[in-house]
Design a protein around this ligand. Structure first.
Ligand SMILES: Cc1cc2nc3c(=O)[nH]c(=O)nc-3n(C[C@H](O)[C@H](O)[C@H](O)COP(=O)(O)OP(=O)(O)OC[C@H]3O[C@@H](n4cnc5c(N)ncnc54)[C@H](O)[C@@H]3O)c2cc1C
Length: 304
């Protein structure tokens, strides 16, 4: 477990770690609320958009936030600068990928995350970047499991990992993913966050399969609000998530404005169903926009 005393000295916001936030919320029988952001490419406008969104989402008192990281470390400095600024206001998770990295360079990045005030790392393998297709073969670190070990060996940071309600694209079946999840838990991971998905059953099946494999760590569902249907359909294709045929049919036959209403109603119902099914929190993918993220958080009764 992380050295919580050491973490306590440097944190912002009411909670020191994701597990602490989940525990406190569970004590009050309510789910945690968190948001994900991504580091914009260097245009000023996109950076303004990110910080406007961050400020708007902070208004509803989330428990923590997370910031993604480009596989291969292409946006390392931007990601670090963003987590450093956010961590001054709220407990911030830094996503970190290890694909293509050496142990030494990745350990240095972990230390920089720690110095930036991050208390928790979401340890990910990442996928080979387009301009570096051999990264998975040539890199020293081959899997997120190795990264979990490295974070635990070289820092006091809490570690989370990814989970896949619709099975990781390279995995033969869910039981395999669940076995890997259990190995990450044994290596020191203490929570998981999921890829986007669109049915409550996908989440409950994942949790059941994980438990069967001995992976009892809290699994926080990642929820993508269906605000912009075209964008979400693209994201689903990229991540391998299946949009239910009925929802897809309704979206395809609707005007843009109607599609938004249909999509947001669907997302809010999914959020409520996940909470009813016992999810410990909701991690909303903001895509650096606040409107749809806030609608889901409010619709699910999570704004405090
Ligand atoms: C919540 C979330 C956040 C994400 N954030 C980012 C981000 O910020 N940046 C980014 O680039 N990507 C991100 N991703 C995407 C992620 O990097 C990819 O999905 C990647 O393909 C897998 O990452 P992983 O950490 O699950 O890898 P791994 O755990 O290494 O798994 C990859 C594959 O190998 C298999 N495997 C792993 N270890 C073993 C083992 N010991 N034995 C047998 N099989 C094994 C797994 O079953 C899986 O099929 C995120 C994904 C999620 C769910």
């Amino acid at each position: 477990m992380p050295d919580f005393e050491l973490l306590r000295k440097t944190s912002a916001g009411p909670f020191e770690t994701v597990n602490e936030a989940l525990g406190a919320r569970a004590g009050k029988r309510e789910p945690a609320l968190s948001f994900e952001f991504f580091p914009p490419r260097n245009q000023e406008e996109a950076a303004d958009q990110l910080w406007r969104t961050f400020d708007a989402l902070m208004e509803v008192s989330p428990d923590f936030v997370s910031v993604t990281y480009g596989a291969g470390g292409s946006n390392r400095e931007t990601s670090l600068a963003i987590v450093e600024r956010m961590a001054k206001e709220i407990m911030t998770i830094g996503h970190l990928t290890c694909v293509g990295g050496s142990r030494a360079s990745t350990a240095e990045t972990i230390s920089r995350f720690e110095d930036a005030g991050v208390h928790s790392i979401l340890a990910l393998r990442g996928d080979a970047p387009k301009d570096s297709p051999r990264a998975l073969v040539d890199g020293e670190l081959k899997s997120a499991l190795e990264l979990v070990h490295l974070v635990r060996q070289t820092s006091n940071l809490e570690v989370g990992v990814a989970a896949f309600p619709e099975v990781h694209p390279e995995s033969p079946h869910m039981q395999h993913d669940s076995m890997v999840l259990e190995m990450k838990q044994s290596a020191g991971a203490s929570y998981a966050m999921t890829q986007l998905f669109f049915t409550v059953e996908a989440y409950t099946d994942l949790v059941a399969s994980a438990k069967m494999a001995g992976a009892t760590l809290p699994i926080i569902p990642g929820l993508m609000p269906v605000g912009n249907a075209a964008k979400v359909v693209r994201m689903a294709e990229m991540s391998g998530a299946t949009i239910p045929v009925e929802l897809l049919g309704k979206l395809e036959n609707a005007s843009e404005a109607e599609a938004r209403v249909i999509g947001m109603d669907y997302s809010i119902k999914l959020a409520r169903d996940l909470i009813d099914a016992g999810a410990p929190g909701l991690h909303i993918f903001s895509m650096n926009f606040s409107k749809a993220a806030l609608e889901v958080a409010r619709g699910a009764g999570l704004c405090r």
